[in-house]
Design a protein around this ligand. Structure first.
Ligand code: XBP
Ligand code: MG
Length: 260
């Protein structure tokens, strides 16, 4: 079965975004009259809660305040998150969320190989649009046949829902696709959806348990996604051969021992 589509997580996989998210959250708190500050250490802990609105609600639940105050703060979550999303888009537009190494080459090689591209992310559609536009240009938005994100599904990662949503929209079987993820929750979601999964841990998720992934790479730039010597781009063959060659050469960890 040939490789039909590559499905990408966004935050931490396509681009190094979480510092911009963290700064946007902190400014949004002040803009909404809240004396909260999420340090790098606190944010790293909070990242286990997928979804910005859910993350704010989880933080509120952790505060030593009365139930009535907690209820008052919970009612502010949508407005805080709307402020944060606007601020995040502004930071992204100013170049504060660069693509990770190797991502653009992979996207262009996959397109040259006639493959489809899709997104399966927890973040909002507005954030995805802002990021693709800022990093690749608005003309790159149509590169993605499917942009599955945010509240399109009820259960966020590690539930497989967003990947199943993307597969249905692609009308593709899991065996025809490869998922790219940076976090334990994302890898679990992709694997639960039956996808061959490449884990590329980011500076925020390094140390998480991505052992369920089929391949773990330090960077997508570690793999040569350029068209083969014959000039006929066959990303699927290249991808699989490159990955297996790299495993054989010991350049890639294969958590499950022999290549699948
Ligand atoms: C990462 C997330 C998101 C971002 C914040 O999503 O969990 O919540 O941290 O973005 P993924 P929002 O790795 O699946 O792309 O505030 O828009 O949720
Ligand atoms: Mg991610």
């Amino acid at each position: 079965m040939s490789l039909e589509a590559l499905i990408f997580d966004v935050d931490g996989t396509l681009a190094d975004t979480e510092e911009a998210h963290r700064q946007a959250f902190n400014i949004a708190f002040v803009a909404n009259g809240l004396q909260w500050y999420w340090s790098v250490g606190i944010y790293r802990e909070l990242l286990h809660v997928r979804g910005g609105k859910e993350r704010i609600a989880w933080y509120i639940d952790s505060l030593p305040v009365s139930p009535a105050e907690q209820e008052r703060l919970r009612r502010l979550v949508p407005r805080i998150h709307e402020t944060k999303t606007r601020l995040y888009a502004d930071l992204v537009e100013r170049g504060r969320a660069p693509l990770r190494p190797g991502v653009e080459t992979l996207l262009r090689s996959a397109r040259a190989a006639g493959m489809r591209l899709a997104i399966a992310s927890t973040t909002t559609a507005a954030n995805v649009t802002a990021l693709i536009t800022a990093t690749l240009g608005a003309e790159a938005l149509p590169w993605f046949s499917v942009i599955a994100c945010g509240d399109a599904v009820a259960r966020k990662k590690p539930a497989p829902d967003i990947y199943r949503f993307a597969l249905a929209a692609l009308d593709a079987a899991p065996a025809q696709c490869v998922a790219f993820e940076d976090s334990e929750a994302g890898v679990r979601a992709a694997k639960a959806a039956g996808l061959f999964t490449v884990a590329v841990p980011s500076s925020w998720t390094v140390g998480e348990n991505v052992g369920a992934a089929d391949i773990v790479v330090r960077s997508l730039a570690d793999l040569d996604w350029s068209p083969n010597p014959a000039g006929r781009p066959q990303l699927d063959r290249i991808a699989r051969l490159q990955i297996l060659d790299a495993v054989a050469a010991g350049r890639l960890a294969m958590p499950h021992g022999t290549p699948r």
